[in-house]
Design a protein around this ligand. Structure first.
Ligand code: SF4
Ligand code: SF4
Length: 289
């Protein structure tokens, strides 16, 4: 019997650092990229896309840009191309969903998935929902969520109501202020996102097994491998021979882990089972919330 095929999940973040929105709670440095910077981002992405396409491993990719990527044609193209590759099990991206979706028919709907964030101060709800309806027509899997600031909470019910019942709505807890939510607010938000209480905390993680650095890792535009976006140590480079030797079971070196794209890989939380095949695009397996 052949051994099971190695399977990796890769969080890619290239040099892109610009966005067409200007959210007050944005955790990223908002900059304007020059044409040359965008060309470099595009070259990095093409190199990464070609690398993924040629690997023998089964690979899932989540693009976690430091800004908005899906307004750029080269990202749209990369998603469509990767979704068509046999060795790619899933290709997903975090997006504000403001870009054109005319490229989506080029992608394999069984493999493309979107992690969409609604930003109520930046876009009207009906416009955002129209984009979601287009994804429904194309048969694309997607999750939708919001940053749960107090100003945004009134939009949540209308957002939920405007989406198909099967679309998972997540809420990211606003953690800039400690104890931000009252018990009543936590209970209100949990009605929309049963996993809100999991997000509304920083999980103690030091010394605990985490899949990052083994079967999950982050890659930057130059190919540098870090175990996750929160531990800065570089452990290898995908463009150098033998890099896979650095991938092995590890425990977390940080005190806590407070972001979904990190703690979802912390083994003791059991979230791999909760999300199943929808782990990268943040869609829980049916009936698991
Ligand atoms: S859409 Fe995302 S990247 Fe852009 S400003 Fe808002 S939070 Fe930041
Ligand atoms: S628990 Fe979080 S911070 Fe620690 S290694 Fe895993 S993803 Fe990174």
């Amino acid at each position: 019997m052949n051994p099971p095929r190695t399977s990796w999940s890769i969080l890619y973040r290239g040099p892109l650092s610009s966005c067409n929105y200007d959210c007050g709670y944005c955790p990223f440095a908002k900059t304007v990229n020059t044409r040359e910077e965008l060309r470099r981002d595009s070259r990095c992405l093409e190199r990464f896309t070609n690398w993924v396409a040629e690997r023998p491993e089964e690979i899932g990719v989540l693009f976690t840009p430091w800004g908005e990527a899906l307004t750029h044609r080269y990202y749209q193209r990369a998603l469509a191309i990767l979704s068509q590759r046999n060795n790619v099990r899933r290709v997903a991206i975090q997006t504000n969903l403001s870009g054109s979706l005319d490229w989506v028919p080029e992608a394999d709907p069984a493999k493309l998935a979107l992690w969409c964030t609604f930003h109520p101060k930046e876009v009207k709800l009906d416009l955002f929902l129209r984009q979601c309806q287009a994804l429904d027509r194309y048969g694309i899997r997607y999750s939708v969520g919001m940053v749960g600031t107090r100003e945004a909470l009134p939009s949540l019910a209308a957002l939920r109501q405007g989406l198909l019942p099967g679309v998972y709505v997540w809420v990211n807890a606003f953690k800039d202020q400690p104890d931000y939510y009252s018990a009543a607010e936590v209970s209100y938000l949990t009605q929309f996102d049963p996993l809100f209480p999991v997000n509304n905390q920083r999980h103690p993680s030091q010394g605990r097994p985490c899949r990052t650095g083994h079967t999950v890792f982050s890659v930057d535009g130059d190919g540098a491998i870090r175990r996750c976006h929160f531990v800065k140590e570089v452990i290898g480079n995908i463009y150098e021979p033998g890099f896979a030797a650095a991938l092995r079971p590890r425990v977390c070196p940080a005190a806590t882990c407070g972001c979904h794209i990190g703690y979802v890989h912390l083994e003791e939380l059991g979230l791999a089972e909760v999300f199943g095949e929808g782990l990268l695009e943040r869609i829980p397996a049916r009936g698991r919330t």
